[in-house]
Design a protein around this ligand. Structure first.
Ligand SMILES: [Zn+2]
Length: 62
């Protein structure tokens, strides 16, 4: 799999359907076959990045 943001493959698994991109520090959650993208803020909260990507880009390509 690769990160929809940086196209990198530096992805770590952090949970059952959750992954983390070590390049751009975003969290990727797999919902069905679509990725839910979140940025982890410095205070630990999550802000959604889904608006920045089309559904096609968020479709899991693995
Ligand atoms: Zn990335």
């Amino acid at each position: 799999m690769h990160c929809p943001n940086c196209k990198g493959k530096n992805i770590g698994k952090i949970g059952n359907q959750q992954f983390y991109c070590w390049n751009c520090f975003i969290e990727l959650s797999l919902l069905g076959d679509v990725l839910d993208l979140h940025q982890v803020e410095q205070d630990g909260s999550l802000s959604s990045l889904n608006d920045l990507f089309s559904e096609d880009e968020r479709k899991a390509s693995w």
